[in-house]
Design a protein around this ligand. Structure first.
Ligand code: 1CP
Length: 359
């Protein structure tokens, strides 16, 4: 018997099963736009302490659910826990973002890396998943996540965030064999990490390929999509009597949705640069779609936010298979009350698109 879920809209929509309302959550829903997050972050002292202390990670995971009627919780962690566990030494510097002590730019650098044991070096993440599941008590499902091999590689080669990804792209073009060895190692690490999250209690998983969209079409297929495909095939998609849906999100990759759908994933995340209805037309009933409001809409007045929700729900159209979200993470400057407007508008307005369920 699967554990009882009081609200399973998210899991049903990701599997294109009937729902009464379109489910909604937002990327980076726990974060700096919330004063209560900033308070916990200050108490923790550093971002990594927040991530590595399960009680604190659990506390911030639940904060957005106390304010908003979200249909999912997402594990509070970061995609860069994997390279940190490989020994690169991550710190997240205020105003600057993530920085690594060591980088990976040569065969020798790569030779010193191995696949981390998810219950050992990354045991704090699994402890957080188990604690969050206990505290959620079936209220909404918990989403686990990882970065894609390509996106993780960009940080590992550059040593942090980067504007034009010159070093990682130079490696891709100049030493593709080294790039493939790094990506293959990362794919193994992601499979083992996500399977451990699923085993610990994550009820859906999402892979963030934030930088896939900076590649040419052929490079995307060879250096990002091929590894996403390998991961989808390596995941345990059934746990505790339920299917565990897998969502792939390549920012800037909406025009490749047909190819992404062919990996066998359950859902595709879309940023705001494509029309969700057009993508639905291309992918049909192969996958569910998640997205895709421009996060900047949340700066506008409530009426504008409601109109944009109307437009996106209408663009997707009738029936299940849509998970409402932003097209990328929420900006730190957003007024939390505007998030409530969006979430409530999705629930209120979407009933008509699920008329057969609501009759
Ligand atoms: O100062 C702070 O509090 C640190 C800011 C911060 C936060 C709140 C970082 C550093 N990471 C996070 C949490 C985080 N990161 C979550 C939490 C769960 C949620 O509520 O959604 C998730 C899912 C991530 C994933 C993540 N980290 C991605 C993929 C998604 C995306 O936004 O594109 C990426 C690219 C990162 C790297 C990273 N970590 C932190 C920052 C500021 C960044 C981005 C840096 C960059 O743009 O290169």
């Amino acid at each position: 018997m699967p554990a009882t879920l009081k609200n399973d809209r998210l899991l049903r929509a990701l599997l294109q099963q009937p729902v009464d309302r379109t489910p909604v959550w937002i990327m980076r829903q726990a974060g700096r736009y919330l004063p209560e997050y900033r308070a916990t972050r200050a108490r923790a002292g550093s971002f990594m302490t927040l991530c590595t202390t399960p009680e604190l990670a659990c506390e911030v995971t639940l904060q957005p659910l106390q304010r908003f009627d979200m249909d999912a919780a997402i594990l509070f962690s970061d995609i860069l826990t994997i390279p940190d566990a490989m020994g690169l030494g991550l710190s997240v510097v205020e105003q600057q973002g993530p920085v690594f002590e060591r980088t990976v730019r040569s065969v020798e650098d790569l030779a010193s890396l191995g696949v981390p044991d998810p219950e050992d070096e990354l045991g704090y993440v699994m402890d957080a998943v188990r604690l969050i599941r206990r505290e959620l008590d079936g209220r909404v499902p918990l989403i686990g996540f990882s970065g894609s091999p390509w996106t993780l590689a960009t940080y590992m080669v550059e040593g942090g965030s980067s504007k034009n990804h010159s070093m990682v792209k130079a490696m891709l073009y100049d030493n593709p064999a080294l790039m493939h060895s790094l990506l293959a190692l990362l794919a193994d690490a992601v499979i083992s990490y996500l399977n451990a999250q699923i085993h610990a209690g994550a009820q859906a998983v999402m892979i963030f390929d934030t930088w896939g969209g900076v590649l040419t079409g052929p490079a995307y297929e060879a250096f990002s999509l091929a590894y996403l495909h390998r991961i989808v095939e390596g995941l345990n998609r059934e746990h505790d009597g339920r299917r565990v849906p897998v969502t792939l999100f390549t920012k800037g990759g909406g025009h490749w949705a047909g190819k992404v759908a062919a990996t066998g994933c359950d859902a595709i995340g879309l940023d705001w640069t494509v029309e969700i209805g057009d993508v639905r037309g291309q992918t049909g009933d192969k996958v569910a779609l998640q997205g895709n409001m421009d996060p900047a809409v949340l700066y506008a007045a409530p009426e504008v936010i409601e109109q944009e929700v109307t437009r996106i729900l209408a663009s997707y159209g009738e029936g299940s298979g849509h998970v409402f979200n932003l097209g990328h993470g929420i900006h730190p400057q957003i007024d939390p009350d505007h998030v409530a407007v969006m979430v409530d508008a999705v629930h209120t307005q979407s009933a008509r698109y699920h008329a057969t369920v609501n009759e």
